[in-house]
Design a protein around this ligand. Structure first.
Ligand SMILES: [Zn+2]
Length: 93
């Protein structure tokens, strides 16, 4: 088993919980993917990094790099990103 990357524990900090709620409040609990749906229940919302932080502390804590997404929208985008990176690899390598 490989050890967990250190940034996994950043999601468990009070600082992250605060930043997450701040982002939802700023975006008025509205999904930023363009669907315009609103969820008052924060367990159905994801605080998403626009630019993947990949362990970069500056990107991780940057509120301008955060956006509110509904869980299903977030998962769909993530899947698409993975598929397109597979696609790119297929073309170029
Ligand atoms: Zn959406």
């Amino acid at each position: 088993m490989s050890p967990q990357p250190p940034w996994k524990s950043w999601y468990k900090t009070a600082r992250w919980q605060r930043l997450r709620l701040q982002t939802f409040l700023r975006d008025h609990y509205t999904c930023q993917c363009g669907c315009g749906r609103i969820k008052g229940n924060t367990s159905l919302l994801v605080c998403d990094h626009k630019i993947p932080h990949r362990g970069d502390e500056r990107l991780f804590w940057d509120e301008t790099n955060l956006q509110t997404l509904l869980k299903p929208c977030h998962d769909k985008r993530k899947q698409q990103a993975e598929q397109s990176s597979l696609h790119t690899r297929g073309i170029w390598h």
